[in-house]
Design a protein around this ligand. Structure first.
Ligand code: PLP
Length: 400
């Protein structure tokens, strides 16, 4: 047996990656499975982005780059922050990593020590608590309520902060709930944060461009400029431009933090992939029509899924403000028994039985820290969503 590190022992494998993998295995074994578990756009990367990568390849841009991003990409990111968020970041206040996930990893690893606490509202993106644990610190989970739109209340934030709190992780629009904080809601949270100078703020804005009518995206550093010097404003090209496999994420933040993150990156991946960085320059500087087209498709799919799921007795599905997930409650189904004889005692029982009996893969709520729910990713075609919702309805309809 190979002895593993104590830090790895504190970490779970990503449940969303595991759910997608299980679906892939069943499909490979010939089962008729629909996967609603992946958090990635089903669209292809825009043509002009691919062309930029091909040109970079042909032009010999195939070598190591500066550890935290080529100057051209940093300039494109600075322009993006100015144009879309009203934020001015200098080059030394910008970092680029191999996906938003690595940027978050760098930020937490660079700043956390054993005994430190990180406030994470639930439901949360699955990786937050595990990265915090890997860094030796403690996640402090604050559950939100569906009735309150899955949003962290200022009083709950205040109650969760202690002298040991180093970070608060905010994600809007959020994975898995799709909940988005408006300006006034961010301002109210900022009022609390301004009272606690030791707390850094992660604004995970990765779903910024997937936001629907009635909700206007805003980001903490812009809403509360006094928080700017302790806020890391995180974004990336994965979700916005259908570029999950290119692995480019970025952030703006205080130069000292950005330098520390760059140091860590120089000793891990060395730099993000050069070709992907050139592709990201094209995504940020090129035509932006893709964003509106994708948003319109997601909006149509959101409405379809919400309507179909709410028509199922025992399922309650709020309307999300953004991202491409719904996070319905199945409180009304706990204690029931499926047509296949499985008793539903938890949301994991629900998603396990749904996969076995109807071939629909979704992710159980406990993975995101708030039960009893399940997450459906609707970043797939309308036809697939219709089929999946019909199967979920049949599954619930067969319960005793
Ligand atoms: N933040 C959230 C909330 C996410 O859902 C994801 C991806 O699922 C990421 C960050 C990281 O995305 P990437 O590493 O592809 O940039």
């Amino acid at each position: 047996m190979i002895p593993l590190s104590a830090s790895l022992a504190r970490v779970r494998p990503s449940p969303t990656v595991a759910a997608s993998q299980r679906a892939r295995e069943l499909i490979a074994a010939g089962r008729d499975v629909i996967s609603l578990s992946a958090g990635e756009p089903d669209f292809d990367t825009p043509r002009h982005v691919k062309d930029a990568a091909i040109a970079a390849l042909e032009g010999g841009k195939t070598k190591y780059t500066a550890p935290d991003g080529i100057p051209e990409l940093k300039a494109a990111i600075a322009a993006k922050f100015r144009r879309e968020n009203g934020l001015d970041y200098a080059r030394e206040e910008i970092t680029v990593g191999s996906g938003g996930k690595q940027v978050i990893f760098n930020a937490l690893m660079a700043t956390l020590n054993p005994g430190d606490e990180v406030v994470i509202p639930a439901p949360y993106w699955v990786s937050y608590p595990d990265i915090v644990r890997l860094a030796g610190a403690e996640p402090v989970i604050v559950e939100t309520e569906m009735a309150a739109g899955f949003k962290l209340a200022p009083a709950a934030l205040e109650a969760a902060i202690t002298p040991r709190t180093r970070w608060v992780l905010l994600n809007s629009p959020g994975n898995p709930s799709g909940a988005g904080y408006g300006r006034a809601e961010l301002a109210a949270l900022a009022e609390v944060l301004l009272r606690h100078e030791q707390v850094l703020v992660l604004a995970d804005d990765i779903y910024e461009h997937i936001a629907y009518e009635g909700f206007t995206f805003a980001t903490p550093a812009e809403v509360a400029p006094r928080l700017r010097d302790r806020t890391l404003t995180l974004n990336g090209v994965s979700k916005a431009y259908a570029m999950t496999g290119w692995r480019i994420g970025y952030a703006g933040g205080p130069a000292e933090l950005i330098a520390a993150m760059g140091k860590l990156q120089s000793q891990s991946t060395t730099c993000p992939a050069a070709l992907s960085q050139w592709a990201a320059v094209a995504a940020l500087e090129g035509p932006q029509d893709f964003l509106a087209e994708a948003r319109a498709a997601y909006r149509r799919r959101r409405d379809l899924v919400v309507e179909r799921l709410n028509a199922i007795p025992g399922v309650a599905c709020p309307v999300p403000e953004g991202a491409f997930y719904v996070y319905p409650s199945i409180a009304g189904l706990i204690g029931r028994t499926t047509a296949g004889g499985r008793r539903i005692g938890s949301d994991q029982d629900f998603t396990d039985a749904l996969l076995e009996e109807q071939g629909v893969a979704a992710v159980f709520g406990a993975a995101f820290g708030l039960s009893p729910h399940f997450r459906v990713s609707y970043a797939t075609s309308d036809a697939v969503l219709e089929d999946a919702c019909a199967r979920i309805a049949a599954f619930v309809g067969g319960m005793r």
